[in-house]
Structures are given as C-alpha cells and as structure tokens.
Design a protein around this ligand. Structure first.
Ligand SMILES: Nc1nc2c(ncn2[C@@H]2O[C@H](COP(=O)(O)OP(=O)(O)OP(=O)(O)O)[C@@H](O)[C@H]2O)c(=O)[nH]1
Ligand SMILES: [Mg+2]
Length: 307
C-alpha cells in the first residue's frame, strides 16, 4: 500500500470515529401528558386572586447561602427571575429586590458558616448596614420567611433567626419556615414534626412551617417527573397561602428610638459570631475604622444609622 492510500484510510477511520463518538445524553424533557393534576393549579388561581387585592407589602426571604432562597422566589413568582446556583460562596447580607403583584420580595443572604475563610466580618457588617439602611427607608416589613435546607440546625440558622426575628423586627413580624431539599418526603412536613423539639430548644419559633419542592424537577428520571410537577404545584399553593395568611396588614417599621441600639446589638452578634470581642454601640464608628472602612465611610455609615 502506498503512502497516499495509508493517509486516505487513516482519514476515513478518523472521520468514522468522529461520527460515532459517544454523544452527551440529551436533556430529559418532561413528558407530562399522562400526569393527572392534583388540583393545586386551580387552588393557586384562587390564592392569587386574594393576593392581588393586597396593598404594597415587603417580604424578607432570608437564610444561609445555597439553601434555596432564589429557587423559592422563582417558585412564588413561577418565573426564573432570581438567579439560582449551587456555588459555595457569598456568605454576607447581599440583597436583591423582586416584584410579585404588589409584593416586594427581598432575597437576602444571611450569615453563612464561617468556614474556609470565605466570610469576612467587614463584609458581613458592611452588607448588614446596607440592608438595614434600605429597609429603614422603606415603608416597613410585613413578613419574614426563613429558608433552610432539610438537615442539621446550624449555628448560622440560629444567629440569622436572632438577627432578623428577635432583634431587627423585635419578634413583631410573623415568620414562617420553608424547608427545601426535602423532595421525596412521603409525608408532608414529617421531618419538621420529628425535629420540632430541637427547634424549640434553640428558641426558634415559627408561625408556620412548610416543606417544599422548590425545583420543578427538570432532568430527573421520567418516573419522577409527575411527582415533581405536582409537588411543585402543591408547594407553590402552600407558600402563597402562608404569605396571604401571615403578612401584616400594617408593616413593621424599623425606625424609632430603639433603632440604633438594635443595630448595635446586631453588630455585637456578628462580631460574637466571628469571635471578636463585643463592642458598644457608641463605638460603631471606631469599630468600622478598625475593620478597614475609610474615615469618611465609617462616619457616613454610623451617621446614616444613628441619625
Ligand atoms: N433538590 C432540590 N434542590 C434544590 C431545592 N431548592 C433549591 N435547590 C437547588 O439548590 C441550589 C441552590 O439554590 P438557590 O436557590 O440558588 O439557593 P440560594 O439560597 O438562593 O443561594 P445563594 O443565592 O447563593 O445564597 C440550586 O442548584 C437549586 O436548584 C429543593 O427544594 N430541592
Ligand atoms: Mg440566591
């Protein structure tokens, strides 16, 4: 065989190998024609009618990084408006506002576990001050929703509860718990019922609790798609009903005489959480300087909060 033939054969072999190379599996697209509805879509329309009549309300969704806050907001709105990801960074009080009917929903990252050095006290305090300044100038807060992943009750869950429920809103704003990553639970809310004593021991009390399938179940096995579709519809209905039931008619306002003391308490809790010595609220300015804020920044932030 001549050189030319060898090259031609090698070319043909490579081309055939290219044609038959293993292809990545096609995404599983839901085939839900044979999935009977459990009736939650219709009930949801009724719930939406009631919510539509509401005045402007502010809802704060908070919880650790990655627990499913944005997925919950997408479920409430039934649109992909909040970006979701499974990244493991961003453990500060970053916030984002979304609109749903007359509701403003604040997607708020609370404190995360201080592991791996990804959390900086300066960031946490700075972002908390930003959030609280935004909330202070808003008409007030009508509802809190704490999101957690089914599993261990973490230090950050307890600290976030204390910050948002006990101090920021003085236990005057209803709070309900949403538990994510509980897909496949046979009995609704069973995990919470089994663990309610642990929550009580940690003094985390809720007006209500609901377990959700915050994901629609794309790319799950065909056998599971119908389960996810109905679980999502039921979860959405449950969450909308709780929002309607517990949102305060009159918002709670975080201004007033005790405001600065409350901010100071929150700063104290954060510094405690990170193992820093406690500070007094009068020392906030020096504290911000210590953390590396510029003189102008520290002065501006302290003034914005204390005046
Ligand atoms: N299986 C399952 N996955 C979920 C559920 N909720 C959220 N996820 C997934 O968990 C990951 C994190 O969800 P996000 O909604 O981005 O979480 P987050 O709390 O907004 O995260 P940060 O914005 O980073 O703080 C994503 O990959 C979601 O698809 C759930 O109920 N079940
Ligand atoms: Mg998010």
């Amino acid at each position: 065989m001549g050189k030319f033939e060898v090259i031609v054969i090698a070319g043909v072999v490579l081309y055939v190998a290219y044609l038959y190379q293993p292809k990545p599996p096609l995404p599983v697209t839901p085939d839900l024609d044979f999935c009977p509805s459990e009736g939650f879509e219709e009930k949801t329309q009724d719930a939406l009618k009631l919510l539509r009549n509401d005045q402007e309300k502010n809802v704060i969704v908070f919880g650790e990084t990655g627990v499913g806050k944005s997925s919950l907001i997408n479920m409430i709105v039934d649109k992909q408006i909040a970006e979701t990801s499974d990244k493991a960074v961003g453990c500060t009080f970053e916030h984002q506002k979304y609109s749903f009917l007359n509701y403003n929903i604040f997607d708020t990252v609370g404190l995360g576990e201080p592991e791996g050095g990804t959390v900086s006290t300066k960031d946490a305090v700075g972002k908390l001050l930003e959030l609280i300044t935004v909330l202070k100038s808003s008409p007030g807060i009508n509802l809190l929703i704490l999101v957690m992943k089914k599993g261990r009750i973490t230090e950050s869950l307890k600290t976030n509860y204390e910050l948002f429920v006990n101090i920021m809103t003085e236990k005057k704003v209803p709070v309900f718990l949403v538990i994510t990553h509980a897909d496949g639970e046979k009995e609704k809310n069973k995990w919470y019922v089994d663990n309610v004593d642990h929550f009580r021991r940690h003094k985390a009390h809720f007006h209500d609790v609901t377990t959700v399938c915050a994901k629609k179940g794309e790319n799950v096995h065909k056998n599971m798609q119908c389960y996810f579709k109905n679980c999502y519809a039921e979860s959405r209905y449950n969450v909308l009903t709780l929002i309607k039931k517990y949102s305060l008619a009159e918002p709670y306002q975080i201004r007033g005489l005790t405001f600065s003391k409350r901010v100071a308490s929150m700063v104290n809790i954060i510094t405690d959480f990170f193992g820093y010595p406690r500070t007094l609220w009068e020392e906030l300015y020096e504290f911000l300087l210590d953390l590396g804020f510029s003189d102008v920044d520290a002065r501006r932030k302290s003034n914005a909060l204390f005046n």
